[in-house]
Design a protein around this ligand. Structure first.
Ligand code: SF4
Length: 80
């Protein structure tokens, strides 16, 4: 039985599970220029017209910065 002292006392611990950026197209209204595209530090996001952005998996370092620029929460970090 594995448990930590923190969980024994009901304390929250920092989740270190690796996460990957996911684009949830159904949440994107696809009616504007995506502000997250220019926020990406490695140029991993691109957008055609006003469609939902796409991720270049070769470039993305899964830093999560872009998620802070997407107000409809179409860009989310999910456990890999
Ligand atoms: S998670 Fe980071 S590297 Fe990946 S697309 Fe978003 S801002 Fe760019």
């Amino acid at each position: 039985m594995a448990f930590s002292l923190a969980s024994l006392f009901g304390l929250k611990t920092h989740d270190t599970t690796p996460k990957t950026l996911v684009v949830l197209k159904h949440r994107c209204p696809q009616n504007h220029r995506c502000p997250a595209v220019s926020a990406c530090p490695v140029g991993a996001l691109s957008q055609k017209g006003q469609k939902a952005p796409t991720v270049d998996r070769e470039r993305c370092i899964n830093c999560g910065k872009c998620t802070r620029y997407c107000f409809p929460k179409a860009l989310v970090m999910e456990k890999a």
